[in-house]
Design a protein. Structure first.
Lengths: 63, 254
């Protein structure tokens, strides 16, 4: 089997490769999107905790 | 019925977070290895089909994706039910994070089936029982996601989602038996038959490798989603604050 024969898929190249291509894109996107959202959550929480600490300090200073 | 205390301790968000963090790399490696083996067998070892030629190689992604679409739905409904009955937060969590992954596998099953149907049946789509019930499965997933997104209180969202998921379970046997109950273009089951699978071993091996690979993909992907979601849902607890800020407030050894 030559390389071009392999990619030709016996004339079914479009159907076979778009099936695998679509599955690859969707599975990669589904896999990596939670990594991004986890990073965002951590970023948001850092800001939130820092604000909480600042508020706690301010109220201590007022006392 | 009460669960033993050890279950609650094991399923606590904190324990779940640290355990899953250790397990994810193993699942990811298992996924990658079975995927490579499955693709190698599927493209280079398995011979062309005597009727369908090379086009049948779509099966190695289509069939495992379709299996996953139903398997994940059952996991989602079961963990939803567990969360409903025993109020285990991590069970609710697993139901929520499973839904988008299940929806993606359903979409893959539908799209690759369509791309396989065109050269073999002469049409991308036909409104028969198998295809329609699988499309309903996609709508069930999307409905579950939309319902949970529309309810702000996480416990109410979990409860409403679980009820929807449990009611939707009725669709799973319909999908499975649709090819027997109604006349259809879709072929019948070849692997799960009681006597002997009517598929040659050289094609069965890559099919099963891909099925295992997709299962491991689902587990690692769901656990990763769950870890992010735990941080958000448990943001007011001390251990999350410790992880996020990198401080060791309680003075415990890490």
């Amino acid at each position: 089997m030559t390389v071009s024969e392999f990619f030709h898929m016996g004339g079914y190249a479009f159907y076979v490769w778009s099936s695998y291509g679509l599955a690859t894109v969707l599975l990669i996107w589904t896999f990596f999107s939670p990594m991004l959202s986890k990073k965002n959550i951590i970023k948001e929480l850092r800001i939130k905790y820092r604000q909480q600490e600042r508020q706690a300090q301010e109220s201590q200073n007022q006392e | 019925m009460k669960l033993p205390a050890i279950v609650n301790k094991f399923a606590s968000p904190k324990n779940f977070y640290s355990m899953s963090g250790k397990m994810i790399p193993w699942f990811v490696w298992g996924f990658v290895l079975t995927l490579l083996a499955g693709l190698y067998y599927g493209f280079f070892v398995a011979p062309p089909d005597y009727q369908q030629g090379e086009s049948y190689r779509i099966m190695f992604v289509h069939v495992p994706a379709a299996w996953m679409s139903m398997f994940i739905y059952m996991v989602m409904a079961t963990s939803g039910a567990i969360g409903l009955i025993w109020r285990i937060k991590t069970a609710d969590l697993m139901a929520s994070v499973s839904a988008p992954i299940g929806a993606v596998f359903t979409l893959i099953a539908l799209a690759t089936g369509s791309l396989w149907g065109k050269p073999m049946w002469g049409t991308y789509w036909v409104w028969d029982a198998r295809l329609t019930s699988e499309l309903i499965l996609l709508f069930l997933y999307l409905g579950f996601i939309a319902l949970q997104a529309s309810i702000e209180d996480p416990r109410n969202a979990a409860r409403a989602g679980a009820v929807l998921a449990i009611v939707g379970v009725v669709n799973i046997p319909i999908i499975h038996y649709s090819v027997e109950w109604w006349s259809t273009l879709h072929q019948g089951a070849t692997v799960s038959k009681m006597d002997k699978p009517s598929i040659h071993i050289s094609m069965l091996i890559p099919l099963l490798l891909m099925a295992v690979s997709f299962k491991l993909y689902y587990v690692s992907s769901a656990l990763m989603r769950a870890r992010g979601e735990i941080l958000r849902r448990e943001q007011n607890s001390r251990w999350v604050k410790e992880i996020v800020t990198g401080e060791n407030i309680t003075g415990e050894a890490k």
